[in-house]
Design a protein around this ligand. Sequence first.
Ligand SMILES: [Zn+2]
Length: 258
Amino acid sequence: MRFIDVHCHINDSDYGDVDALIKNIQAAEVHKIISVGFDLPSSEYCRDLAEKYGCVYFTAGLHPTELKNYREGDIKKIEKLARHEKCVAVGEIGLDYHYPDTDKPLQREVFLKQIDLAQKLNLPVQIHSRDCAEDTLNILKDNADKFTAGGLLHCYSYSVEIAKEIEKLGFCFSFGGTSTYSGSKRARRTIAALDIDRIMTETDSPYLASKSKQGVFPNTPESIPEIAANVAEIRGVPLEEMSGRLWQNAHTLFKKLR
Ligand SMILES: [Zn+2]
């Protein structure tokens, strides 16, 4: 079988020996991973990994909680990275209202600028959204015509109803380790309700360990088969077939995967 992690953060400060990590990931039948940038240095680091390892692809983008040092010219730098042949999406971008002291107008401004950038480059977006379902949905609706290359809601955790609204706009959804816990009823219900072609698997490594690795840090893309098996079980589809679908779904959205 072939598996893919569409959203993880590989960095040497968490993993030390990245060579060994990549070997372990491949031994677990995870043949491709998308290492996601969240600011300029991490996006550059992910590009370097993608140049070094055939199985690594990357995204470039400014995460809503990483805007303390934001400057106007940063979007130009993200654009340069996003034009790289192995940069498959602009991301992760979005909104995050979790911390009360956050600058919401700035988050919104930078999110919108990066949506424009994705449209300009005809790239999909990878969206992060936490504690702001309504504002996210409104931005996606108001800018629906700009997502010409589609997009992914990563680590989706809102209600089924909101997922169905976002699905109508053409988006895909990825689910990670938290969806393997029996307590995560919303994620399980959403996995059951979505069109099967809209579902992908991610780990958000080094965060969000799956059930069998509860409490382990750093998490790694090696947990993708466990997450895929959970999706397969919820959908009542054999794992062999589900892994093929998950692989295909990722390649349909992220056209620069090859
Ligand atoms: Zn992430």
